[in-house]
Design a protein around this ligand. Structure first.
Ligand code: ZN
Length: 453
C-alpha cells in the first residue's frame, strides 16, 4: 500500500498496493488494496480505475524468460511452500499468461515515458502547446489537454491488447463498451486534476523565484486531500457499492473488526464482477467513514472463513495505520520530488533542448512531464519494496488475529489461481514491480505459523 503520486505527469500509474500495477489509470487510490494473491493485486486500482494492462503482478512485469527459472528463487525464503501447493499445470498456465502479458505490459509502460521524453526533450512539446495560441491561460490548458490525452491514446492499444490476453485466460468479464467508458471516466478525473496542477505551478512560476517551495507544499497538500477524497469521490465513479446482506457472514466480519479494535461503519459489496474475475477486498475511509469493502467475486467464490482471512489482512493495514502513514510518506515524497523536478526543469541546457527560454513559459510543460516520468520510474521499485514489507506485516496480522493458517493457505491458493498468478514469479520482476510478497512466500509464512496447542 504505498502509492505514488502522479505529480506533474498527471497519471499516477497505479502502483501502490495493488494496486500494483493496475496500469494506466487516473489517480491511484490509496485505500484500494489487494489482499491479492499475486505479486500484486490484481487490483491495481481496479476498484477504482479501469484495470489497466496486466492484472496480476507477475504479469506486470517483465524481463526476459531467462529470469524465469524458478530455481533461482530459492533465496526468497519462499521455496518451501510452492511446489506441493500448485500443480504443474496450474503453474504452467500462470507462466503462459505472464509470457503473453509481459511484453505487452512492458510496451505499455515504456510507451508513455518514451512519448514524454521524445516531445519533452525536443522542441516538439513546446510546439504542440504553442499551437494552442499565445495566451498564457490557453497554453496551460493546451499543455494539460495534450499531456492528459496523448499518452493515454498511445497507451490504449497496449491496454486493449493486454485485455485481450487476459480475456483468453478468463480474467475479463467486462465488454469493450464498458472498458471504453472506464477509460473516459479516468480521463474525466485526470484532466481536471492535471489542469489545476499546471495552473497552480505556472501561476507560481510566473510570480516568484521560490515557486518550487510553494509547489512542493501544494503537492504535499494535494496528496493528503486526494487520499481522503478518493474513497468517497472516485471509487463510486467506477463501482457500485451495496451494503452486505445481514446474516452470519456479515456478522462474522463485523465481529472480526470489533475483536481487532477497529471501528467499522459498514460492510459493503463492490460489483467488481462486471469487470473482472479477480478477488479482492479492502478497507477504506477514515474514522467515521471507514468501511470494509468486499468484491462480490470474493463472496461468491470463497469460503466464508477465507473471506475472513482477507478481511483480517485488510484490518492489519488499518491497525498499523498503513494508509495515513503511506499518505504522509507520499506527501513527503511528492514534495521532495517537486524540488528535484524544479532543479531539473530550470536547468538551462534542458530548457534549450525543449526550445523554451524559461520554465515559467507553459510550453515547458512537456519537459516537466518528462522529468516527472523519469522520477516516477526511478521511485517505483523503492515503493514496491516498501509495499512488500507492509503487506507482509498485514499477513502476519491476519494470521495472529485469526489463528487460522490453514484457511490462510487455502485463501492464498484461491487468490493465486483466480488471478492466474505465478506462485513464484521471476525474481527480477518481483523485485522491480511486486507490491506483495509472492504467493509462495505468503504460503510459507502461514505454514511456519505456530498453531496453538
Ligand atoms: Zn494488503
Amino acid at each position: 500500500m504505498t502509492r505514488e503520486d502522479g505529480e506533474g505527469a498527471g497519471r499516477g500509474d497505479g502502483r501502490g498496493d495493488g494496486q500494483g500495477d493496475g496500469g494506466a489509470d487516473a489517480a491511484d487510490v490509496p485505500a484500494a488494496d489487494s489482499a491479492g494473491g499475486s505479486t500484486d493485486g490484481s487490483a491495481g486500482g481496479s476498484v477504482v480505475g479501469p484495470a489497466g494492462v496486466p492484472v496480476d503482478g507477475s504479469a506486470g512485469a517483465s524481463a526476459d524468460d531467462r529470469a524465469a527459472d524458478p530455481a533461482d528463487d530459492s533465496a526468497a525464503g519462499s521455496a518451501e511452500g510452492s511446489p506441493a501447493d500448485f500443480t504443474a499445470e496450474e503453474v504452467a498456465r500462470a507462466r503462459a499468461l505472464r509470457r503473453a502479458a509481459v511484453p505487452v505490459a512492458l510496451g505499455g509502460r515504456a510507451a508513455s515515458p518514451a512519448l514524454l521524453l521524445a516531445l519533452g526533450l525536443t522542441h516538439g512539446g513546446a510546439w504542440l502547446v504553442g499551437a494552442f495560441g499565445n495566451g498564457w491561460a490557453v497554453r496551460v490548458v493546451g499543455a494539460a489537454v495534450t499531456l492528459a490525452v496523448l499518452p493515454l491514446l498511445l497507451g490504449l492499444p497496449f491496454a486493449a491488447r493486454g485485455r485481450v490476453v487476459r480475456a483468453r485466460f478468463g480474467l475479463v468479464t467486462q465488454g469493450w463498451a464498458g472498458w471504453a467508458a472506464d477509460q473516459a471516466r479516468g480521463l474525466a478525473i485526470s484532466l481536471p486534476l492535471l489542469t489545476g496542477a499546471l495552473f497552480g505551478v505556472y501561476a507560481l512560476a510566473g510570480t516568484t523565484r521560490r515557486w518550487w517551495a510553494w509547489a512542493a507544499l501544494g503537492a504535499a497538500a494535494v496528496t493528503v486531500v486526494l487520499s481522503f477524497l478518493a474513497p468517497l469521490v472516485f471509487e463510486p465513479v467506477f463501482n457500485r457499492f451495496t451494503p452486505m446482506a445481514p446474516g452470519p457472514p456479515r456478522d462474522a466480519l463485523l465481529a472480526l473488526a470489533a475483536r481487532d479494535g477497529v471501528a467499522v461503519r459498514d460492510v459493503l459489496v463492490a460489483d467488481a464482477s462486471r469487470r473482472t474475475t479477480a478477488l479482492n477486498a479492502y478497507v477504506s475511509g477514515f474514522g467515521r467513514t471507514r468501511r470494509i469493502v468486499v468484491y462480490d467475486t470474493l463472496l461468491t467464490t470463497a469460503e466464508p472463513r477465507e473471506v475472513e482471512l482477507v478481511v483480517a489482512h485488510e484490518l492489519g493495514h488499518v491497525v498499523h495505520r498503513d494508509v495515513p502513514r503511506g499518505t504522509a510518506l507520499g506527501a513527503l515524497g511528492s514534495a521532495a520530488g517537486v524540488c528535484v523536478l524544479a532543479a531539473l526543469v530550470t536547468w538551462q541546457p534542458l530548457l534549450d533542448l525543449a526550445g523554451v527560454p524559461r520554465f515559467a513559459d507553459p510550453r515547458s510543460a512537456w519537459l516537466l512531464a518528462a522529468a516527472a516520468a523519469l522520477g516516477g520510474a526511478v521511485a517505483g521499485p523503492f515503493g514496491a519494496a516498501l509495499s512488500r514489507r507492509v503487506e507482509t506485516r498485514a499477513d502476519r496480522h491476519a494470521l495472529a488475529l485469526t489463528s487460522a493458517p490453514a484457511s490462510f493457505i487455502a485463501m492464498q491458493r484461491r487468490l493465486t489461481l483466480a488471478n492466474v498468478a505465478e506462485p513464484d514469479p521471476p525474481r527480477l520482476l518481483h523485485l522491480l514491480w511486486g507490491t506483495h510478497p509472492t504467493p509462495a512466500a505468503r504460503i510459507a509464512l502461514a505454514r511456519a505459523w505456530p498453531t496453538k496447542p
